[in-house]
Ligand binder design. Sequence first.
Ligand SMILES: *Cc1c(COP(=O)(O)O)cnc(C)c1O
Length: 382
Amino acid sequence: MTPPLVSGRLPLRPELSGTAPYGAPQLDVPVLLNVNENPYPPAPGVVDTITEAVRSAATGLNRYPDRDFLALRSDLAAYLGTESGVSLAPEQVWAANGSNEVMLHLLQAFGGPGRTAVSFAPTYSMYPEYARDTHTRWVVGRRADDFTLDPDHARAVIARERPSVVLLASPNNPTGTALPAATVEAVCEAALGADVDGTGAPAVVVVDEAYGEFRRAGTPSALELLDRYPNLAVSRTMSKAFALAGARVGYLAASRELVDALRVVRLPYHLSAVTQAVARAALAHSTELLAQVDTLRAERDATVAWLRGRHLPDGRPLEVAASDANFVLFGRFDERHALWQGLLDRGVLIRETGPDGWLRVSIGTGKEMTAFKDALVEVAGL
Ligand SMILES: *Cc1c(COP(=O)(O)O)cnc(C)c1O
């Protein structure tokens, strides 16, 4: 007998009924270009340091870890200082098991029943899930055809919806586009006037810089705005540029007041002693871990240029979004699923995501990008 549907027998929240867990297909194929990982594994010296740190942490695993992990927060503040030239106190930094958990903490602290979170589509598909999971009303404005965000539109949506949280990904996923500093400033200014619950409180603006290290020269980081906006949070991750997706470490920088609010909603000891040890060992090697970022940026720019020079069999040129990230969104295809499948049949896994007709490819090694291009020429008839 077939077992009954779980949702038929258990008191599942109605809004979860019939939903599937989020996630890209994890398939075992030779060329994995679907989840924006760094294709270069940690170098042997880094692996040694991480191993030593884990060995040492293991000797104390009978005890709970440091709940406030100020040593790790201090290392992260120092790293952000080097990367962006912005000086931060350890108390201005927060971390969790991936920036996804950081974002959930933000929604737990600042969203909730009767409150609204706003973002601008197309954008990261996890955002509506954080809102759903925290009973926060979810509203999406739009980005323009070239995926830029019109500051007037952003202001109008914030004035109309009075959100308590505004989520901006920059560089954005799945488009790769970064926001100019003036747009982030306009949103922060508008957020100051959100008057949440009629209390005069501003909305919290979250700039998700998961791909920040890949930004092109001249593209600023929202970290530079932190000293002007106590309602701004800039989130980063070790999953992408740092080549540490498997360790699950994300973090953010904000005012102390904002970080203190996140400390209230986190579960006790949410960051294990092993995770803290791995992250600190990796940060001690940040230069080596980030060594491939320039290679990946160059490969990204080459991929954008190559795609822009191709035409579909009917003569239409490919459309390619400007990218400050380690992936490229390109289209438009009448049958994107068939194309995605055709690439997969040739051992190349990319991502079927974004607006209809577009596909997203992560930047891999030179060899992997050649395999991608060869397969695409064959399948799309470029
Ligand atoms: C990959 C990604 C993240 C990072 O998630 P982690 O939980 O840190 O692995 C965050 N935001 C966006 C937009 C992403 O694409």
